[in-house]
Write a protein that binds this ligand. Sequence first.
Ligand code: SER
Length: 596
Amino acid sequence: MKAKELRDKYIEFFKSQGHNHIAGKSLIPENDPTVLFTTAGMHPLVPYLLGEPHPGGNRLVNFQKCIRTGDIDEVGDATHCTFFEMLGNWSLGNYFKKEAITMSFEFLTNPKWLGFSPDLLSVTVFAGDESVPRDEESAGIWRSLGIPEERIYFLPRKDNWWGPAGQTGPCGPDTEMFIDMGKEACGDNCRPGCSCGKYFEVWNDVFMQYNKTEEGNYVPLTQKNVDTGMGVERTIAMLQGKETVYETELFQPIIYAIEQKVQKSYGTDAAVTKSLRIVADHIRAASFILGDEKGVTPSNLGQGYILRRLIRRAIRHLRKLGAEGKFLGQLARVVIDIYKDAYPEFLENQNKIVEELEREEEKFSSTLQKGEKEFEKLLPNLLKNPKKIIPGRLAFTLYDTFGFPLEITEELAAENGMIVDREGFEAAFEKHQEASKMGADKSFKGGLADHTDKVRQLHTATHLLHKALRMVLGDHVAQKGSNITAERLRFDFCHPDKMSPEEIQRVEDIVNEQIQKKLAVTQEVMSLEEARAEGSIALFDAKYEEKVKVYSIGDFSKEVCGGPHVENTGEMGRFKISKEQSSSAGVRRIRAVLEE
Ligand code: SER
């Protein structure tokens, strides 16, 4: 079964079970201060898991593009990908364990769908701990479906708990489904979750019934939700009997193009195979980031820096394989061809993807060679160091002068049996530039945006600000990014010039006037066309025939948005712009606060 058929079947099955097919969302999370990319199918649905009504109803199905860069060092092994697609079905306070498990069982075992023999199915459920009880209910449902006791495993939190995506947010116990691949057990302790290859994890049903707070408490959610996740790449590899995801139709054309270029073959030599996988994975992820509806370009900040790291690491491995000259644009066209039907935004943005990759390739290729030469020159001396540590200062010089992301220096170091003093690198970095520039990695450790009163207030203030900017500066102003913490809002928008103090003052005055008017904030669900016809600001086009939510603030502003917002602007305090600066070419950035 190919990826297209798997996606289609999944959507069709859940539609037949009363689910609404909703569009996947951008790879760049909206209003989420601490996570750079969408990391799971549930990620864009967080507000709805926390209780905000979804315009598509409470039984939903989708496929979602995701990026996880935490695994970047593991890319190149059999299963880890930076980019992956996740299939998911969702109950937002509608069905719970019984229906979720029964539907999963049906999709896995009915010959009309995936058709696995129930005899091959093992499952795991949460064993319970001091804060959450043992999940006897899920085990009972599996038993009632005919799964015998010896194939139901009760496992601890580290195995059978999912979320939150960051440090706070919706989470809960899960039940995971495994297919027996027919291999011998590797020992007495071999069980689902074992890495020997006997058990393949095909699906995960999460029962999201808790909200983890900043203090680390698990507060029961008023609404009990289901979040399930099935990874497309891994599942089709298994269904096709392939050893790894790289042998499926989602990667083979990319790998073939590289093989042709470098005249080396996949599967003949471990180092060659690994480099081929890394290039294929990274160019696929980079193409998705560049081609996203909220596309990012390479830079030294945030998502742009991750993108740069992916592209530069791919270039380095291409050079290792012996490739010369421009090649990334050609590779991106192969990626676009694979995905253009499932992700139409790819075709729209194909020129941008190719141009940006070629630009970055040009920039980095010439310095890469010089940097590697420099590294080789230094190597004999470095190897004399008995601790085999490369000083952070040196790693920083390679970054600063040759554009080597730290990971490339680490990779060169590892190839020579050394490690880099990361702390020393960061210290040198911070000394040299503003601390914020390395925010990229740290951001992954944070939690999802919370939905406290302050965040709601700042979210409503963001809509007021957006409208006020359009009134003062003109209708060309459009949101390029929004990021809200409990302390402040940050808003990026297109505008060519620095704002004058008078313009800033006028924007502040307009926003504060609306706050003082104590305007009611209301929401309606409608089609995107209706929303547009009513003059709503609609930032990112919904796909398919989706319904959208429109938030109105009195008669002042109307915007398509997922929420949540305050009920009345009177709850908000005094609006103050604390900073106005350039974000990138043609894009300005405002930071603002609400004072008590
Ligand atoms: N959120 C869970 C996961 O990512 C299930 O979708 O595995």
